[in-house]
Design a protein around this ligand. Structure first.
Ligand SMILES: Nc1ncnc2c1ncn2[C@@H]1O[C@H](COP(=O)(O)OP(=O)(O)OP(=O)(O)O)[C@@H](O)[C@H]1O
Length: 293
């Protein structure tokens, strides 16, 4: 039996960017496989059904063409299996692709994925787990999750500027809340602005919120921002893009295998997707995912 690969496409990702390159991406991947199934889905449910079907028929690798939301769906299928995940970024955020060091151009990325398939080049990465749901990048709650929710609702603009505008809009209404962060080694009780639990470093389209996070150390890196005035937050915002926010006196960092966030009912977002409300307990599962490249 030869190399069997499925290409999961979320056509809408990146305002239709995925649909525009899907044909070329499929053609380039086909050359590196013995069989390529195209799974183009316009709803999450349809995407899950197609992935389940392909999975049942035996699959060596699942390559996803889309943004972090599409990758999040594919991770659910590959986690804890031998099916290798390839990520070809064509969304607005692409933070998993960034963490994997994939080229940002989808055509360059497909060439990298095809080369990895041909060479059988895979590596393992850790994943976060919340109940039955896996996440690959950052779980966040508080100000950043409110920004994420608002950015998801916005139709304009596309790209990272959408997050910048959502930040400004959320600043006007956001209130700090009591938060308890309990890890296997620490406990913090504080009036908090936000908390980010990073398996990898970036969220929001390239913001290095947990700049020291590594996906192969079996640990989460946490960034917790305590009480900060609107003025302090505004001054902190530009430093988010450079990782300098960690120097701010309101910022605490922790490293842990397991984390419980409690003390309020903030919504939690992971990989840019809503994952319920606090309290949540998340665990870093070492080497839970095989990735191509
Ligand atoms: N096949 C699919 N069909 C419909 N919706 C999907 C599919 N896959 C994922 N989604 C959902 O669509 C939303 C946006 O998709 P996606 O993240 O791929 O694109 P994006 O928003 O352009 O990129 P990014 O998340 O990197 O900013 C996500 O909330 C995701 O859960």
């Amino acid at each position: 039996m030869g190399l069997r690969v499925a290409l999961a496409v979320h056509p809408d990702s990146g305002k239709g960017a995925a649909a525009r390159v899907a044909g070329t991406v499929a053609a380039r991947l086909r050359g590196a496989t013995d069989r390529l199934d195209l799974l183009a889905a316009n709803t999450v449910e349809e995407s899950h059904a197609l992935m389940r079907e392909a999975h049942g028929a035996g699959l060596d690798a699942l390559v996803v063409l889309g943004g972090d939301g599409a990758a999040h769906q594919a991770v659910q299928f590959c986690a804890g299996t031998d099916i290798a995940l390839g990520v070809i970024p064509s969304g607005t955020g692409n933070d998993l692709a960034r963490a994997l060091g994939m080229p940002t151009n989808p055509l360059a990325a497909v060439d990298a994925v095809a080369a990895a398939l041909l060479a059988g080049r895979t590596r393992k990465m850790d994943l976060g787990r919340l109940g039955d749901t896996w996440f690959s990048t950052v779980l966040c709650a508080g100000f950043d999750a409110s920004v994420n929710a608002r950015a998801n609702r916005m139709r304009w603009p596309s790209g990272p500027r959408r997050y910048d505008l959502a930040v400004v809009a959320e600043l006007a209404s956001f209130r700090t809340r009591r938060l308890t962060v309990t890890t296997d080694t620490d406990r913090l009780d504080l009036e908090a602005t936000l908390v980010a639990v990073g398996n990898t470093g970036w969220y929001g389209g390239g913001i290095p919120i947990c700049p020291s996070a590594r996906a192969d150390d079996g640990l989460f890196d946490l960034t917790v921002v305590g009480r900060a005035s609107r003025g302090q937050l505004i001054r902190m915002l530009p430093t988010l893009r450079t990782g300098k926010h960690l120097n701010h006196p309101a910022v605490r960092t922790l490293r842990a295998r397991q984390v419980t966030l409690s003390g309020n009912d903030w919504p939690a977002y992971a990989d840019g997707e809503p994952l319920g409300t606090l309290p949540v307990t998340v665990t870093c599962v070492p080497e839970a995912l095989t990735v191509l490249g």
